[in-house]
Design a protein around this ligand. Structure first.
Ligand SMILES: *Cc1c(COP(=O)(O)O)cnc(C)c1O
Length: 350
C-alpha cells in the first residue's frame, strides 16, 4: 500500500551503535529521542535491544506504549493536568515550574513512586527553562522537602526557538551551575544534560566541556545530521527513511488555470506562473500527510502545489514516469515528523 515510508532498520541500528560508542568513549549517557518517529514500535525495540541508556519522548502517549526497563524520560514540560500519567509512564521528566513539580510530588505519592526530575535552565534560546538562577536555587530548596521526587539532573535546550548555537562557554555555565545547586541540594546531581543534536558538533570537535554528562539525541540518530549547522555527520546514515508515493494521474495540461480566479482549497488566492503546456502528474498524498516543501525528490521533478490529498508535480523532465509509477523522496525532520504521524502512511521495514 502507498504512500509508505520505507525504513532501513539496519541503518538505524548502525547510527544508534555509532552514537553509543562515541558517547561511551566520552563518558556521556545517551537519551535516544523517539518523538520524530512517533515512537515507532520496531525502532523503539532496536533501542531496547541495544541497551540504550534512556528513551525520551515529548508525549506521554508515546512513552506509555513502550514496555521496557530502560528509564523513560518525558521531554516536554509536563502539564499539571497529566501529572498522574507522567509519574506512571515516565521515570524522569524535564521541569521548570515549581507548581508543576509540586503536583508531580503529590502524584508520585499517590502512585507510590519516586520520580526523577531534570531542572531545565534557559541559557538564552528562550524556549523552556528557568531563566533566573535565583529561581533555580529556590526550586532546589523546595524539592529538598519533597519526599517523592529527586533531582536527578539539570539540563538545557538550545537551537530550538532562538537558534542559539551551543558553545563551550554557554555549556560551561551549566556545568558551573551544577556545583552551585549541588551545594544547596546537599546531594549529588548526576546528570548534566547539555542539549540535543545541535550539541553533537561540539562533541565531535572534542570541545564539549567536561562535566556535561548527557545529550538528548533525535535528529542525528534518524537523519544523520548535527543541527547547529545542519551538516551531515560522517559515519552516520542520512537515508534511513524514504517516502514512496504513487502517480494517480498523468496528463499534458497548461500551467495556467483557465477561467476566473477565486480561492484555492485552502482559501488562498493562487498566483501561478505561465510556463506553457507541461506534463503534470498527481501523486496520492496531500497536506494532511506532509508539507511538500519538506520533501526532497529523488527524481528530476518540480512541485506545483498540493491540496488535502493531492500533490501536483511537473514531470516534463522525467519521461519514464507513468500512471502507477512510484516516486521516491528523501525526508527532512519536519516531513518525517508529519508523515510518521499520519495514519494514512504505511511503513515498510527493510
Ligand atoms: C526534541 C527534543 C530533543 C531532541 O532534539 P534533536 O534536535 O532531534 O536531537 C532534545 N531535548 C528536548 C527537550 C526536545 O524537545
Amino acid at each position: 500500500m502507498y504512500p509508505r515510508i520505507v525504513i532501513k532498520t539496519t541503518k538505524f541500528e548502525h547510527n544508534l551503535r555509532y552514537l553509543q560508542e562515541l558517547f561511551s568513549e566520552n563518558e556521556l549517557s545517551l537519551m535516544a529521542v523517539t518523538k520524530v518517529f512517533c515512537a515507532d514500535k520496531r525502532l523503539v525495540q532496536i533501542l531496547i535491544n541495544n541497551n540504550v541508556d534512556f528513551i525520551a519522548d515529548s508525549r506521554i502517549k508515546n512513552l506509555k506504549s513502550m514496555e521496557t526497563d530502560v528509564p523513560k524520560v518525558l521531554l516536554r514540560l509536563p502539564m499539571i493536568s497529566e501529572v498522574r500519567e507522567v509519574v506512571k509512564y515516565a521515570d524522569i521528566s524535564l521541569n521548570s515550574e515549581l507548581r508543576t513539580i509540586d503536583a508531580l510530588n503529590g502524584a508520585a505519592f499517590e502512585e507510590r513512586k519516586t520520580h526523577g526530575i531534570i531542572l531545565m535552565i534557559d541559557l538564552g534560546d528562550l524556549r523552556e527553562g528557568i531563566f533566573d538562577i535565583s529561581e533555580a536555587k529556590k526550586i532546589v530548596n523546595e524539592v529538598i522537602n519533597m519526599e517523592h521526587l529527586h533531582i536527578i539532573g539539570i539540563g538545557t535546550n538550545l537551537t530550538c526557538y532562538g537558534g542559539i548555537i551551543p558553545s563551550r562557554e554557554v555549556l560551561q555555565k551549566l556545568v558551573d551551575l551544577k556545583d552551585e545547586l549541588e551545594e544547596i541540594y546537599m546531594s549529588e546531581i548526576d546528570i548534566v544534560s547539555g542539549g540535543n543534536s545541535s550539541s553533537l558538533k561540539l562533541l565531535l570537535d572534542n570541545k564539549l566541556p567536561s562535566g556535561i554528562s548527557n545529550l538528548r539525541i533525535g535528529e542525528a540518530l534518524v537523519l544523520g545530521r548535527e543541527t547547529a549547522y545542519g551538516k551531515k555527520v560522517k559515519n552516520l546514515h542520512d537515508d534511513i527513511f524514504t517516502l514512496e508515493v504513487e502517480v494517480i494521474e498523468l496528463k499534458e495540461k497548461p500551467s495556467l488555470p483557465i477561467g476566473e480566479v477565486g480561492m484555492d482549497a485552502f482559501g488562498k488566492i493562487p498566483v501561478i506562473e505561465d510556463k506553457g503546456i507541461m506534463k503534470r502528474a498527481i501523486l496520492a498524498i496531500g497536506k494532511q500527510d506532509v508539507d511538500y516543501k519538506e520533501l526532497i525528490p529523488l527524481q528530476n521533478i518540480e512541485f506545483l502545489g498540493s491540496s488535502s490529498d493531492h500533490l501536483i508535480i511537473d514531470v516534463s523532465k522525467e519521461p519514464s514516469i507513468k500512471v502507477g509509477s512510484i516516486l521516491k523522496f528523501k525526508l527532512t525532520y519536519a516531513s518525517l515528523l508529519s508523515l510518521m504521524t499520519s495514519q494514512y502512511v504505511e511503513r515498510k521495514y527493510e
